[in-house]
Write a protein that binds this ligand. Structure first.
Ligand code: MG
Ligand code: MG
Length: 256
């Protein structure tokens, strides 16, 4: 069942959404060659604590991994798609891209957002990968209108990505969000005819999160049992926003 949120619930989700935006904004400005992914984790954890919030990912039980995620951020570099674990050993280098994904729970409601940050000078084709992925999210957000259907959102991402020569990752998908980090429905970045195609209604909130490979879409999980990488070593980009369907159209909760 897709849980619709009342205006007062959306107001709370706005607060958690703005907290993740502020932290991602600060981390984006901190990223430069020589910074480690643990440096980013340390800042994020401090900000969550100061806000009186709780980190959504740290301690989150992941059945596929059979254990709890150890950090407040997922930091995934270059061919790593998602779920990279922050570490003092992971030093960001000129030309890298780092995906930073953060979730918080504040006043009972979750916020979840991700961005892809360039480190120093990044290759032209990598910048294009980032731009196309970000555009696919923006186009999907425009579909978050009452009366449209879930597949309008999913198909919009897929069409924009594939028409630009990239591929969407299939093993990881977006999701409903609210009092739980992951609620119904699944929000794949492609049309999955095995899923139902519900109509979007006021009060629905989806975390829409295109994960895009510059090469083949297949992924595998590294021996750390967390980090998902593209199987062919292609670079990957990831952007995520929580978006509410309202009578005034799409409301992106995770940015000003
Ligand atoms: Mg996320
Ligand atoms: Mg998410």
């Amino acid at each position: 069942m897709i849980i619709r949120k009342s205006p007062s619930e959306l107001a709370k989700m706005r607060q958690s959404g703005m907290l993740v935006w502020r932290i991602l904004d600060e981390l984006t400005k901190l990223v430069e060659p020589g910074v480690t992914t643990l440096d980013l984790e340390t800042v994020a954890e401090q900000r969550i604590k100061e806000a009186g919030a709780r980190a959504a990912f740290k301690g989150y039980y992941v059945p596929a991994a059979g254990r709890r995620f150890p950090c407040v951020l997922c930091t995934s570099i270059n061919q790593e798609v998602v779920h990279g674990v922050p570490s003092a050993k992971r030093v960001l280098c000129d030309g890298d891209i780092v995906k930073v994904d953060i979730g918080v729970q504040l006043d009972g409601y979750y916020g979840d957002s991700a961005t892809t940050i360039p480190v120093g000078e990044v290759a032209e084709e990598t910048l294009r990968l980032m731009a196309v992925t970000k555009q696919s999210l923006e186009l999907a957000i425009e579909q978050m209108v009452a009366g449209r259907r879930l597949f309008d959102v999913c198909g919009t991402v897929e069409r924009h990505v594939t028409s630009n020569g990239f591929t969407v990752v299939r093993e990881f998908v977006g999701h409903g969000i609210g009092k739980k980090l992951h609620e119904e429905p699944h929000v794949p970045n492609y049309v999955d005819p095995k899923l139902s195609n519900p109509r979007l209604r006021e009060g629905m909130v989806l975390a829409v999160e295109p994960m895009v490979s510059a090469g083949k879409p297949d992924t595998k999980v590294l021996s750390d049992r967390w980090t998902a990488v593209t199987s062919d070593g292609s670079k990957a980009a990831h952007y995520e926003h929580c978006v509410a369907v309202t009578s005034n159209g799409p409301w992106v909760l995770t940015r000003p």
